[in-house]
Design a protein around this ligand. Sequence first.
Ligand code: MN
Ligand code: MN
Length: 365
Amino acid sequence: MNHRLEKLKSWMKEKNVDVTFLTSSENVFYLSGYYTDPHERLLALVVFQEQEPFLVCPEMEIYNAKRAGWEQEIIGFSDTDHPWELIQTSIHKRIKRVSKVAIEKEHLNVERYEKMLELFPQASFVSAEGKLQLLRMIKDAKELKLIEEACALADYAVEFGCSEIKEGKTELDVLNALEYALKQKGVTEMSFSTMVLTGANAASPHGNPGETKIKKGDLVLFDLGVVVDRYCSDITRTVAYGDINDKQKEIYDTVLKAQIAAIEASKPGTTAAEVDMTARKIISDAGYGDYFPHRLGHGLGISVHEYPSMTSTNQLRLEEGMVYTIEPGIYVPDVAGVRIEDDVYITADGVKVLTKFPKELQIIK
Ligand code: MN
Ligand code: MN
């Protein structure tokens, strides 16, 4: 935990930032080890170049924060306290002059920003987000282990979901069964709302599962992820229920070829753009370029979408420790929707695939 704070502090010194004021549950967790969803209440981690950081949370959460391993000061506030006065006092106890404050500009809401302007009328505000994204982008061994566990459970969920595909079952039937099976294994949270989509519904990259019945000759798309100790996995598999037609098969084979090529292109020193373009070229050459409307993938960790963003324009070079998804898709309305998604980890000299459910077309009889 502490070396993460030390890295943030060196950045603050370099940029002359006096105070970093973090409010997102994810970044507070990354630096403090303490996770909570405070709903509308304030949660903050306040960091200084030299002085001790402090945590701000609802009074009733102090015990949990300590139990999570936070040993430094905690400012608890009740529902009738004014946390901003307590925060101002605690900051001024540590430093007298606040000229530059780093905040999460994409997270801090306008009301809280206005409070901070009142407290520090002389200060300028810069974004802390870029630095946090870069820190979180490189996973340590412990983080990798949790992601691997989350991936193993995601593999299990897809396998279980496939075993539930039967004539007359709806998307929601299969979805409920696989989530129930996960809960029996102790899973308490999914990375996002699970998708089980079939037929025409699968031809939308972000469809909503519903009462549609699965029919022979349909493709069934699973997109799901499991959270293990705050770390997410994210897998997509598309399987066939009964025999599918040649067009569906051609689309499947094209996505698979693109997905495997992008995994093979993933290694330290390659740019995110090169990896995206490797898959995109295969799909375009097969004539489906217009039907692959999203980036190749995204980083994942504490958040299901984080850095690196695997787009066709991102010149960021891959490095050991990065974890991201590779998920090309082809969505032809009324014909087929196919996406295949793995989570991968960049090693010193290549790539390790963390999700392992088979990718050769699974035909469920
Ligand atoms: Mn996904
Ligand atoms: Mn994804």
